[in-house]
Design a protein around this ligand. Structure first.
Ligand SMILES: [Zn+2]
Ligand SMILES: [Zn+2]
Length: 323
């Protein structure tokens, strides 16, 4: 079968690989659609180097169960169920957790072997393409739950890529007034469509100054989803006293807390917990992922898809791969 295999930086190739065996409780899932994530791009660009060469990548996808014929979203995280965290109901932090597409073979392959507990049925009315963009929804739900904004709070979302745009949508659902920050007008236009009240192009305006102007006292909550050192370092000066900041994009950068007021800073990573809710909210049209898909490629053209994903001139958001 064909699969997208990580061979090193700038070297992800579609190769013929053996089909995965179904052992134990695993079942075969036929790949239907998947989307490229910023994480995949970190590996492609050589910014993160710890993935084992030979690994099949991809961790956001849907398929069809070979045994039942059911369409399913594939959850890329497997937790053990009996470690310290699992026993406390916190599978997110499982110490024996496996992450498909990173520490185990992922989803950009014609066939995948998974346990049924990693498969969520796709409701009718949800397209394969929509069911291929679930991971950023789960992250947005998790982050806004952790930030606990009150109705009417200012939420500043730095970075309006696919993840930031979903943060904007979820922040609106939480009753926040959203300030969207990005460098690209095409992304800010989408942010506006998803309910952002102010759109700040940080190429033209000083984003920190503008956020303080709009809010008067600083933003109640801030999400850093741009993934640059510069934007990470802006966050202490955008948040209000005793506000909360989620650092989602990139952990690099130094928070100058000496010149900052008191506030809460935390990181949030991927978790299996929000997957069923994410699928439900997409099905009920409460959250939109359709509008985030900008490009479509076949699996055999995966290298071309990566090039487009890394080319700002193509204005990429989500790139969907089909068999
Ligand atoms: Zn991802
Ligand atoms: Zn565990």
């Amino acid at each position: 079968m064909k699969a997208a295999v990580y061979r090193g930086p700038h070297n992800i190739k579609v190769e013929d690989v053996p089909e995965p065996r179904v052992s134990g409780k695993k079942v075969h899932v036929q790949f239907k659609a998947g989307s490229i994530c910023g994480t995949d791009m970190h590996f492609y660009r050589g910014e993160w180097k710890w993935m084992k060469r030979g690994r099949i990548i991809g961790h956001d996808a849907c398929g069809v169960r070979a045994d039942t014929g059911e369409r399913v979203v594939m959850v890329p995280i497997a937790h053990c169920g009996f470690c310290y965290y699992c026993l406390r109901g916190l599978p997110t932090y499982c110490t024996r957790g496996k992450f498909m597409g990173l520490t185990r073979d992922g989803f950009f392959a014609e066939k995948i072997a998974l346990r049924p507990r990693n498969l969520i049925p796709v409701p009718e009315g949800v397209s394969d393409e929509e069911a291929a963009v679930v991971e950023p929804v789960t992250l947005a739900l998790r982050v806004l739950d952790a930030l606990k904004p009150s109705v009417g709070d200012w939420a500043t979302i730095i970075g309006q890529g696919a993840i930031g745009l979903l943060m904007t949508q979820v922040a609106r659902l939480k009753g926040c007034r959203v300030i969207a920050v990005d460098l690209e007008d095409y992304r800010l236009r989408l942010a506006e469509k998803y309910g952002a009240e102010f759109c700040v192009n940080a190429k033209r305006e000083d984003a920190v100054k503008r956020v303080r102007e709009i809010t008067g006292r600083g933003s109640d909550v801030v999400v850093e989803a741009a993934g640059t050192r510069g934007t990470v370092e802006q966050t202490p000066f955008m948040v209000r006293k005793a506000g909360r900041v989620a650092l989602v994009g990139e952990s690099e950068g130094y928070l100058n807390l000496e010149d900052a007021d008191e506030a809460v800073f935390f990181t949030v990573y991927i978790s299996p917990v929000e997957y069923p809710l994410a699928v439900e909210l997409i099905a009920k049209k409460i959250l939109d992922v359709k509008g985030l898909v900008t490009h479509r490629f076949r699996l055999e053209d995966f290298e071309k898809a990566l090039q487009v994903a890394g080319d700002p001139a193509e204005k990429p958001l989500k790139i969907v791969i089909t068999p």
